[in-house]
Design a protein around this ligand. Structure first.
Ligand SMILES: [Cu+2]
Length: 301
């Protein structure tokens, strides 16, 4: 029983490479110390030149070759199955965006945590909506880049119930280190029940779906906590000190202000926050969508 079908192979490759490295660390250091002692000028005043020793050349070519091939062999044996996905693997779409992971199940149901049934091959189809991310589940010994504009995938099978860390390993911006979630391996029955209970996208307010889809909630919390930027909670109708063209002024957060904040984020920068952090969403979030977002923000008292 192990967290994934790769644990054994990857750990063996690691141990082989680590073992060889350790052997040479100790070996080379010992020989070096011995040479310092043995071939000190006092004991060995005249250097001896060794030329055209076939035996010596043969040895230092063949031994490293064998060692390198040995490391390659164990690495290849562990890596090869990772690229051959079983046909019956359950497909789950993974979307990486600054700075959240999103898992989309059959029927378009979405979840911020990865839940998978035990002993079933799982195929993760990896997509990025902005920059390069990398999906890493250390306990499963899998890591794969998530590149915008490129389809990538990984697959695994877990035979051990439990909860495991999921991380992003590519520095992808200010909140990169917060781009983490969990992978839960559950029984078949629990998986079926969980999937059934997972709310459809249509259950949440449309404005919230738009915010999530555009990863706004990666920087703006919904519960009042301060992330990269101001929380959405209680934002609508609030008085805010902003800097416009280098001058401080007080504004009331209304429809107009919110539209400007989304389309021209650097126009009015709230005191205490920095310019240039947020990109413009002009052409990404439409006017009609903005209306729905504003409608939703009004409800976040
Ligand atoms: Cu990332």
């Amino acid at each position: 029983m192990s967290a994934s079908n790769y644990v054994e192979g990857v750990d063996l490759a690691f141990k082989v490479i680590f073992g060889i490295s350790l052997f040479f660390l100790v070996g080379i250091t010992t020989v070096m110390l011995w040479f310092i002692y043995r071939y000190n000028r006092k004991r060995h005043p005249v250097a001896v030149q060794i030329k055209e020793s076939n035996m010596l050349e043969f040895t230092w070519i063949v031994i490293p070759l064998i060692l390198a091939l040995l490391m390659f062999y164990y690495g290849y044996v562990a890596f090869n199955p990772m690229r051959n996905v079983p046909k019956d693997a359950i497909p789950i779409k993974v979307i990486g965006k600054m700075w959240v992971w999103n898992f989309e199940y059959e029927g378009g149901k979405q979840s911020p945590v990865l839940v998978v049934p035990v002993n079933k091959p799982i195929r993760l189809n990896l997509y990025s909506e902005d920059v390069i991310h990398s999906l890493y589940i250390p306990a499963f010994r899998v890591k794969e880049d998530v590149v915008p504009g490129k389809k990538n995938y990984m697959w695994f099978m877990s035979s051990q119930l439990g909860e495991y860390d999921v991380l992003c390993t590519v520095f992808c911006g200010v909140r990169h280190s917060y781009m983490e979630t969990k992978a839960r391996v559950v029984s078949d029955a629990e998986y079926a029940a969980w999937l059934k209970a997972l709310p459809d996208k249509t259950n949440e307010p449309e404005g919230l779906s738009i915010l999530r889809k555009n990863a706004c909630t990666g920087c703006h919390s919904l519960d009042g906590s301060k992330l990269v930027s101001a929380s959405f909670k209680g934002l609508y109708g609030k008085s805010e000190k902003v800097i416009t063209n280098g001058k401080e002024r007080t504004v009331t957060v209304d429809d107009e202000y919110l539209r400007f904040s989304v389309y021209e984020p650097d126009r009015d920068v709230v005191v205490g926050f920095q310019k240039g952090i947020m990109k413009t969403y002009k052409g990404i979030i439409s006017d009609a969508e903005m209306t729905k977002v504003i409608e939703y923000l009004k409800t976040l008292k």
